[in-house]
Design a protein. Structure first.
Length: 456
């Protein structure tokens, strides 16, 4: 059905429906995008706020561990002084092989004995073990040699079960440079797979020379702290992770102990220079949004990551479905309202149409009643006035025709009677009043054949 063939009412209703559909669709689409953008902004704000909170927790943990570390160093020093203090016996030396901790190249030297009281440190590990038994901290005694700090006693055990002695820190290390100048050194180190906060305290002998260095280390990643990081999520989605400036992944749900650069060079190119900010990258087919903040004292980069889907929590799909449903229901309600409103508003036009049809059928007394002060009211008033004038004129013509005493008939172009008088009926031999023949074919009156026309 072509639109042009629809009546005015249907065209008007269809126009309103089309406008409402376009408006409803535009509102639904714009509402969806606004809501989706708000969700995305909320997700990114969550990432930043979560990282800020984690950073504060790490900072607090760092200050707490620093106090513990200093206390452990003092306890270690107290235990050594209680034994008689550290000193070097140069009268007795042992030829031994030591190893550079960086290159693991061997070196044979004559090693003087480092003594604690009357006992050689190398032969006794009870001091370092006592520190571990008391607090769980790692402890090592370094003997100071020219350009070296040699581990001679430790409670750190290697993977093969042996104590990690016989290796030395070279003079190129910042640890060596600090302690040899009489200053303690604090930092972080990975010892047999454990991230430690470390302290190196120089110890002087009776001569005032630095003869040894005491090392203590406490674990940074306590089980409670690991659980704190592992529980970070947005409604069970996303995760927190920690990596170093070298790309070593320290904490991650699935990749702890690996390296970002080796695992995914593209991800590492995105992350490596970020110290405080939001980044996005593609990983395993998902776009991940990640906020990263650098904690300088530990060289930690703390990040929290969510995919786009996790940020939306599926709300974008629900919003789309909900907005579409609201739009459809709204359109149905609007259509019903518009239909009934237009039906009521167009009622005068329908009545006017019926009135004009009655007038066309000859009823000049037909009228339409409408008193509205609008375009429809003006149209109705004009039609009523037109019919009144037409009736007056036709009444005048009808009076003239009725005054004629000879047979007379008036037909339209199709041969149907629009006027006749009694004289005509008498002439044609017909009974009845003239009005009953109005609208009948003239041939029916004269010849009883509607198809035949009178040519006279």
């Amino acid at each position: 059905m072509r639109i042009i063939n629809l009546n005015f009412n249907n065209k008007l209703i269809l126009t309103f429906l089309l406008v409402l559909t376009l408006l409803g669709s535009a509102l639904s689409v714009s509402g969806y995008f606004v809501a989706a953008d708000s969700l995305h902004s909320f997700g990114k704000a969550f990432l930043k706020n979560t990282v800020d909170e984690l950073y504060s927790s790490v900072e607090l943990q760092g200050k707490s561990l620093q106090k513990i570390l200093k206390a452990e160093s003092q306890i270690f020093l107290f235990l050594i002084n209680k034994r008689g203090g550290l000193w070097v016996d140069n009268s007795s030396k042992t030829n031994t092989v030591i190893y550079n901790q960086d290159s693991m190249l061997p070196e044979r030297i004559d090693l003087p004995r480092l003594m604690v009281g009357s006992s050689q440190v190398k032969e006794h590990s009870d001091l370092v073990d006592k520190v571990k038994n008391m607090s769980g901290s790692f402890a090592t005694i370094f003997q100071v040699l020219p350009g070296k700090l040699l581990r001679v006693s430790t409670n750190i055990v290697k993977l093969n079960g042996e104590r990690a002695v016989g290796t030395y820190i070279p003079s190129t290390s910042p640890v060596y440079k600090a302690v040899i100048s009489g200053q303690p050194f604090y930092g972080c180190a990975n010892v047999v797979g454990e991230e430690l906060l470390t302290a190196y305290i120089p110890v002087k002998g009776e001569s005032g020379d630095i003869v040894a260095v005491l090392f203590t280390g406490v674990k940074i990643l306590s089980p409670e702290f690991k659980n704190l990081l592992g529980e970070i999520s947005l409604a069970g989605r996303g995760y927190a992770f920690v990596y170093s400036s070298k790309g070593d992944i320290l904490i991650h749900p699935t990749s702890s102990g690996e390296n970002f650069e080796k695992q995914s060079s593209k991800v590492w190119e995105t992350l490596k220079d970020v110290k405080d900010g939001m980044v996005s990258y593609d990983y395993k087919g998902d776009t991940r949004n990640c906020y990263v903040k650098h904690y300088e004292p530990w060289d930690w980069n703390i990040g929290v990551s969510l995919t786009d889907k996790e940020i939306y929590l599926g709300a974008d799909t629900r919003i789309l479905y909900t907005s579409s449903l609201i739009a459809v229901v709204g359109l149905i309600v609007a259509f019903i309202v518009v239909f009934f409103v237009l039906h009521k508003l167009l009622r005068p036009l329908r009545e006017l149409a019926r009135t004009t049809q009655k007038i066309a059928d000859g009823d000049l007394n037909a009228r339409t009643e409408y008193h509205g002060k609008d375009a429809i009211g003006e149209t109705v008033s004009s039609v009523n006035q037109m019919v009144t004038k037409l009736k007056d004129r036709l009444g005048f013509s009808d009076g003239i025709l009725k005054s004629i005493n000879v047979p007379i008939s008036v037909t339209d172009t199709s041969g149907h009677i629009v006027f006749c008088n009694e004289e005509l009926l008498q002439f044609a031999g017909r009974n009845g009043n003239p009005e009953s023949y109005f609208g009948k074919p003239i041939g029916e009156v004269f010849y009883d054949d509607p198809s035949k026309k009178n040519n006279n």
